[in-house]
Write a protein that binds this ligand. Structure first.
Ligand SMILES: [Zn+2]
Length: 495
């Protein structure tokens, strides 16, 4: 197996012989030979096929071949803020971590992306959607730094720059009394909706499709943080270019309250009225939905991105995954920010998705199976973020594949490979991670990046920033009062 860690095996035809394939389809786990040519899976054939004369043959008999994980929601700049945010609910977490997540230099932005690339590649993530927030304002230089970083990682990425234009005080259901003598801040992006869309359009024109690995989407921060003008312009941009429209939605019950106050109705209905729901739409979190929202989302063909670990970390609530799936909604999986997770393991995320929605049932027949959970974190996530040529072990698809060693305690004895992989082997690093047939990680190490140099520079940048960190804005009191008031109002309505 040592031969396949060499970078020079990325071109030509490689035959991974006799791998135990977890394709996630009706065939179930089976032994097969995988032929990789030109960055794609050329063939998957029963073990024993005659090799071609020029084939490089790799003995994969002690390996599981699994589709690369697809992390459908991530924020690369936050890698430098890891370990810097306390255990608080979202609104207070956001406040306490905002200083370390804002106003980064171009080098910080690029190094944060490289840092992300190392961790994701090590964990077998072959494609990722980066909902990247550039602070204080979008700029071509900053977006170029993000894209340059991702290009160097070797991973496949959809970069969806965050856009937002509402003042902070309007994004949550504040009432006058909540401010209690504090100044009401007028903090919002200084750029108009048109300028922000133009900035993303310019970025799209320069980077979309680069090396077949970079895609560009548009990423409203959340409907309550955007004017209707900006949401409509973002949806029109998505329609015009065919790119992904990726937005946080209804992550906390306060956001639901904010929507009812802003729109006089539910947030999902409002997005539908603005024609923001389409098969290109990603609704991230979608925890505090109205009763009919799953059908509205399914009818539009939009996808939900579920982030079970982040939701638990922030105490945001539990996405009703079973209800969404029953309505026919496509649900992909993401890790969310490295400072509200605090890792970015998709193996862990898939296991959480499989287990935390197992509500009481007579016989458990409606529970998500390990196979279904793995599919959410691979093929469904890929489809959701517009990368339907990855996420599956299928001839013709891109060769984005993880190989995990079967010589591990989780597989002794080997009885049910998918169950034992999804539920029993979450801490294992893949022996080999291929993106387009190229090794981006092997034996637990990133192959295309100098890990030690990146870690050293990241620590240096983070330490310098820690020394100059400004105290968070004085929004803590108003947010705490508003949370208590809204909770009390909701409790009264329940009685
Ligand atoms: Zn997020």
């Amino acid at each position: 197996m040592h031969r396949i860690v060499r970078k020079d095996l990325i071109i030509g035809s490689t035959l991974y012989h006799n791998a135990l394939c977890l394709a996630g389809d009706a065939t179930g786990p089976h032994r097969a030979d995988l032929r990789i040519e030109g960055g794609r899976i050329a063939a998957i054939t029963p073990t024993g096929a005659e090799p071609k004369p020029d084939d490089i043959i790799v003995d994969a008999s002690r390996f599981l071949a699994v589709p690369g994980f697809v992390n459908a929601h991530f924020h690369s700049p936050d890698t430098l803020s890891r370990g810097n945010s306390p255990d608080r609910p979202l609104e207070l977490w956001s406040l306490s971590s905002s200083a370390s997540r804002q106003s980064r230099s171009m080098r910080e932005i690029e190094v944060a992306t490289l840092l992300a690339g190392v961790e994701l590649a090590r964990g077998g993530v072959t494609a990722v959607l980066d909902h990247v927030r550039i602070s204080p304002d979008l700029s071509a230089d900053a977006l170029d730094a993000v894209a340059r970083g991702w290009l160097a990682t070797g991973l496949r990425v959809v970069i969806a720059p965050v856009v937002a234009d509402r003042p902070v005080a309007e994004t949550l259901p504040f009432e006058t009394g909540d401010w209690h003598g504090c100044d009401v801040p007028d903090v919002h992006s200084g750029l108009s909706a048109n300028v922000q869309i133009a900035s993303v359009a310019d970025f799209h024109s320069r980077w979309h499709g680069r090396e077949g690995r970079i895609s560009v989407g548009i990423g409203p921060s959340g409907p309550q943080r955007c004017s209707d003008e900006l949401l409509v312009a973002a949806a029109e941009f998505s329609s015009r270019t065919g790119c992904i429209f990726h937005s946080h939605v209804l992550e906390t019950h306060l956001q639901r309250a904010a929507a009812l106050k802003l729109y006089g109705g539910g947030m999902i209905s409002h997005l539908r009225a603005l024609e923001c729901l389409s098969p290109r739409t990603n609704l991230v979190h979608a925890i505090w939905l109205e009763p009919d929202d799953p059908e509205i989302i399914a009818d539009a063909g939009a996808a939900v991105v579920h982030n079970p670990v982040s939701n638990a970390r922030l105490g945001s609530g539990k996405c009703d995954l079973n209800r969404l799936l029953a309505a026919g909604v496509r649900v992909g999986l993401g890790t969310d920010s490295p400072c509200c997770n605090d890792g970015c393991s998709m193996a862990e995320t898939v296991k959480w998705a499989a287990l935390v929605h197992r509500d009481w049932q007579d016989d458990g027949s409606g529970w998500l199976t390990p196979t279904a959970a793995l599919n959410l974190g691979t093929q469904v996530s890929a489809d959701a973020i517009g990368l339907s040529e990855t996420g599956r072990l299928r001839p013709g698809n891109l060769a984005d594949i993880n190989f995990f060693s079967l010589d591990a305690p989780a597989y002794v004895p080997l009885r049910d490979p998918i169950r034992q992989f999804v539920l029993g082997d979450t801490s294992a690093a893949p022996e080999l991670v291929l993106v387009g047939g190229r090794a981006v990680a092997a034996k637990g190490r990133a192959m295309l990046l100098n890990e030690q140099e990146i870690w050293s520079e990241a620590c240096d940048l983070a330490t310098r920033r820690d020394r100059t960190e400004e105290a968070p804005a004085a929004l803590g009191g108003p947010i705490a009062r508003m949370r208590r008031r809204v909770s009390a109002e909701e409790a009264r309505q329940c009685h």
